[in-house]
Design a protein around this ligand. Structure first.
Ligand SMILES: *Cc1c(COP(=O)(O)O)cnc(C)c1O
Length: 349
């Protein structure tokens, strides 16, 4: 078989920045242990590469959303703690009983299913105001959890990225009221932004995701978090256009003067969504090359008039600093990461 040539688009992933981010979040978590949310393929970076690096850095608690995701990394976390946020459906039970991972039980139904299966250690999610997953405090007080062997009792913040939102304190107090009421050995509340809300929010274990990967939603984290992901795309063609020429689908961009374009091998199928049309930037060294016209499925056009050296085969860096790219596109930092497709060559530095 002929080996495939290298992909015309690539991610440069900074493994030491990933580890430094975990260490910073661990430090900021104070006395609490710091875990890692690695769901959705490690937020798009590649879950196995992420988990092995975080385990090397000292992370002991990993969180995924589904049992398929747990299976993907089970061999990398033997002896460590792995929790599955979405709990157990009937069709998960067999896998859940075989894998060395705990379900995070989210409802009285899931609790009953786990007891019925004699499943052993588990985590439990309490809903303290988000109204997404979890049992209510009243269900806990009425004894639904009696007989369970609970490792971590957790809840999730709705508005951690808004420091002054009143729901933060309300949710924190609601979880605090459950201290000592269940068999849980640990309590956990804070995601990345929650860590920055202060000691009261740390409990025994924190669960950052976004900030491990370079996302920052809280000013207090800005100085601690390094960028991890760099996106690069290769030039397929350079072209000159005249005043009055239009560019791309729907001819949304019309040149008012002579312009030179580079056509790059990246598009919305690679997570570079159409919201970057006319707003994203590529860089040829220090020279900013703005995206012209609509983003196509596999291509974008950028203005390289000021970068005469750029030609076929060159690599341009696409602006993907998460807060910055989020501002350009209106996409959340989460969407920017998890939307990254699988056509990239992933290069860990
Ligand atoms: C995704 C997730 C996290 C991590 O949140 P970030 O905002 O990415 O830090 C923590 N806890 C739960 C329950 C989650 O679903």
């Amino acid at each position: 078989m002929v080996e495939a040539p290298p992909a015309p688009l690539r991610l440069k992933l900074d493994g030491s920045a990933l580890q430094a981010n975990w260490r910073a979040l661990d430090r900021l978590s104070g006395k609490a242990a710091c875990g890692a949310a690695v769901k959705a393929n490690g937020y798009g970076l590649g879950v196995r590469e992420v988990v092995s690096r975080l385990a090397d850095a000292g992370c002991r608690d990993f969180f995924v959303a589904t049992w398929e995701e747990a299976k993907e990394i089970a061999d990398l976390v033997t002896g460590l703690s792995l929790s599955v946020f979405h709990g157990v459906r009937a069709e998960d039970i067999e896998t859940a009983l075989t894998l060395a991972a705990r379900p995070c039980l989210n409802s009285a139904e899931q609790v009953a299913r786990w007891k019925e299966a004699d499943g052993g250690p588990c985590d439990v999610m309490i809903d303290t105001g988000m109204n997404r997953l979890g049992l209510s405090a009243n269900e806990v007080l009425s004894g639904v959890l009696d007989g369970l062997e609970i490792d971590t009792l957790m809840s999730h913040l709705s508005c951690a990225d808004e420091e002054d939102h009143p729901l933060n304190r309300k949710q924190c107090d609601a979880l605090k009221r459950l201290v000592g009421i269940t068999s849980a050995t640990r309590l956990s509340l804070a995601n990345s932004a929650g860590i920055a809300l202060g000691t009261r929010y740390h409990f025994d274990l924190t669960r950052p995701g976004l900030s491990l990967y370079g996302g920052v939603q809280s000013q207090d984290l800005e100085d601690h978090i390094r960028n991890v992901v760099a996106v690069e795309a290769q030039v397929i063609q350079r072209r000159k256009i005249k005043p009055g020429d239009t560019v791309g689908y729907s001819a949304t961009a019309t040149a008012t003067e002579a312009v030179e374009l580079a056509i790059l091998n990246i598009g919305y199928a690679d997570g570079y969504l159409r919201s970057f049309s006319e707003s994203g930037t590529a860089y040829a060294g220090d020279i900013a090359c703005p995206v012209i016209g609509l983003v196509s499925m596999d291509l974008i056009a950028v203005d390289v008039t000021d970068a005469p050296q750029v030609g076929e085969g060159d690599w341009l860096e696409i602006e993907y600093d998460l807060p910055m790219a989020s501002g350009q596109s209106g996409l959340s930092q989460y969407e920017l990461l998890t939307g990254i497709g699988d056509r990239y060559q992933r290069i860990w530095l």
